[in-house]
Write a protein that binds this ligand. Structure first.
Ligand code: SAM
Length: 213
């Protein structure tokens, strides 16, 4: 989700240094027509893709597909034997994403509540998880997925600055107290302690990355 303004520096980085794949750009345009601000920016898409690349991930779980824009960035970086399962609650979003992602056979779009899907999952472990769905549920997604994350798995949580709420930005007004508590705790969990080694990357929305110890 992209809601914070882009600085001139970020515009420069995006314009000069981010090569957005044409397939992803087409998805982004459709998503912006439907619901502006729901998708990653191109810069954030490239950050996510780069994290997939440097992690050498092969089995990715995404919570929050929307039109498939973030999925597209990851799919473009996937090795030949890689797979992505992406979870989308809304039936029309899921249907649209399936159409958009049809030429990535490694991607499966699962429709329904992502939390319930993860709780019933019994397949092979994931080595990368990207969370971009309901903000107050991030900790529950992680708790449910933890038994299915291998040692060394990367967990990436988008909007981890919670629209400026965690830093007390003057224009921050979108988050509930419960979402703030959840995100603050998640950031600590992914970056401190014995479960994960991580860092909050200061993208405009905040992207917290934790590597499972
Ligand atoms: C911010 S959008 C995702 C944007 C996408 N990651 C991108 O950058 O292109 C969040 C999506 O999560 C979905 N969602 C919300 N709660 C969910 C849940 N419990 N399980 C699965 N998807 C959920 C919403 O329907 C919405 O399409």
């Amino acid at each position: 989700m992209q809601t914070r303004d882009q600085t001139l520096s970020l515009q420069y980085i995006t314009r000069e240094l981010v090569a957005e794949p044409a397939a992803c750009a087409a998805i982004k345009a459709e998503g912006e027509r439907r619901r502006p601000g729901m998708q990653l920016s191109a810069y954030e898409g490239r950050v996510l893709q780069w994290l997939v690349q440097i992690s050498t991930a092969k089995h990715i779980l995404e919570v929050g597909t929307f039109m498939g824009y973030s999925t597209c960035w990851m799919a473009e970086a996937l090795p030949e034997d890689g797979r992505i399962t992406t979870l989308e609650y809304d039936a029309s979003h899921a249907a649209q994403a399936r159409t958009h992602l049809a030429h990535y056979p490694a991607v499966t779009v699962e429709e329904g509540d992502g939390l319930a899907w993860i709780k019933h999952y019994s397949g092979p472990a994931f080595d990368f998880m990207f969370i971009d769905a309901q903000k107050k549920s991030y900790m529950e997604y992680l708790d449910a997925a933890l038994p299915h994350l291998c040692t060394g798995a990367w967990v990436v949580a988008d909007n981890s600055l919670l629209f400026g709420n965690l830093a007390g930005e003057p224009d921050a007004d979108r988050a509930s107290a419960s979402a703030k508590d959840v995100m603050a705790a998640l950031n600590k969990r992914l970056t401190h302690g014995t479960e994960f080694n991580g860092l909050l990357l200061p993208t405009p929305e905040g992207m917290t990355v934790g590597i499972r110890i």
